[in-house]
Design a protein around this ligand. Structure first.
Ligand code: SAM
Ligand code: SF4
Length: 326
């Protein structure tokens, strides 16, 4: 089966698979009032997730990121990691987590086949971390990152959402942290979502503010690799870690898009924004449906738009990113 490709020549080898929309944190920009379940959870079961992964792998996907909500809340999280790692042709299994279980389980997850971890840490100041996330377990999260480094995971990254009024002045803290640690910090511009227009207006900070400081301090942009997607990465010879900038509001951001998303209820999202999702679940009940599922993926890609409409203030149908995995 040929590789997933859209009308603009972009190829998609990276799947972000959400396994739950539930979360135990209350990040101000995501679930400020905490997770509110809407009815009985009907998240994809492991056999359905496995079919999603196999179909994507047959269409050229080589990297799967397990995300959420908070993916490690699922009791069968380790089984799902194993399924991902054992999917033929998948070369990299990653997860994005708030890190509250990392210190305890980093070794178990690695045994299950997890290669890369992104941990969300919006501030390296414990008080600011608690203010932003509504959770006071900063030290535990940081211990988890140290544990992952000890275990020599292929890559350990920190995701930091840039927030005016919270962490805009904390670049020095982050740089100090990665001087001797092989951790990549990814600064992500706050994205506007359906439920958070006012928060966005008050706290959005352009990534160029960080970019300028990095360039002034001798950081250099890396040549982009196949995995980078829309991130711009920077290195400096005096630092063990790297910095990545994700600036969805910058020109041409969508030109290097290499990822597709499937939500925890089995909807394909061609973009984080702009559409309500394409149903896949009716084709996830049996292995016999895999060829039809693959065809649906190919057909769906023809409808992918060239860019998002965030510049027009259109955040599409996405209420918050916990709903489809960020
Ligand atoms: N719970 C996990 C976590 O926080 O790492 C995984 C899911 S979370 C939705 C995935 C990523 O999306 C996190 O790094 C989070 O900071 C980021 N995120 C959530 N809402 C965002 C927004 N409005 N703009 C930019 N990034 C956002
Ligand atoms: Fe939970 Fe992640 Fe959203 Fe924070 S960003 S509320 S940890 S899903």
């Amino acid at each position: 089966m040929q590789q997933l490709q859209d009308r603009f020549g972009r190829r998609f080898h990276y799947l972000r698979l959400s396994i739950t929309d539930a979360c135990n944190f209350k990040c101000q920009y995501c679930l400020p009032n905490g997770y509110k379940p809407s009815g009985k959870p009907h998240h994809l079961a492991p056999d359905e997730l496995s079919r999603v992964m196999r179909a994507f792998a047959a269409c050229g996907t080589r990297k799967i990121r397990i995300t959420g909500g908070e993916p490690s809340l699922r009791k069968d999280f380790e089984q799902i990691l194993e399924l991902a790692a054992n999917t033929p042709k998948i070369e990299t299994v990653a997860t994005t987590t708030n890190g509250y279980r990392l210190a305890e389980h980093a070794a178990d997850w690695q045994r299950c086949g997890l290669d890369q971890i992104n941990v969300s840490v919006d501030s390296l100041d414990g008080n600011a971390f608690a203010r932003i996330t509504g959770d006071s377990r900063f030290d535990l999260v940081m211990k988890g990152i140290d544990r992952a480094l000890e275990l020599d995971y292929r890559r350990v990254k920190i995701n930091t959402v840039l927030l005016n009024g919270h962490n805009a002045d904390q670049l020095p803290l982050f740089l100090n942290y990665i001087r001797d640690r092989k951790v990549d910090i990814r600064f992500i511009e706050l994205m506007e979502t359906g439920l958070h227009h006012d928060y966005f207006k008050a706290h959005h900070l352009p990534g160029t503010v960080i970019q300028q400081q990095l360039l002034q301090q001798g950081w250099q942009q890396d040549p982009s690799d196949q995995d980078a997607g829309p991130a711009l990465n920077y290195s400096h010879r005096d630092y063990a870690g790297r910095i990545g900038l994700i600036m969805p509001y910058s020109k041409d951001f969508c030109a290097t898009c290499n990822r597709l998303r499937v939500s925890s209820i089995g909807k394909l999202h061609l973009c984080l924004f702009t559409e309500a999702g394409i149903e896949l679940r009716d084709l996830l009940g049996s292995d016999n449906q895999l060829p039809e599922l693959e065809q649906r993926l190919h057909r769906a890609l023809l409808g992918k738009h060239e860019t998002h409409y965030l510049h027009d203030g259109d955040a599409g149908a996405t209420p918050h990113l916990a709903s489809i995995g960020g």
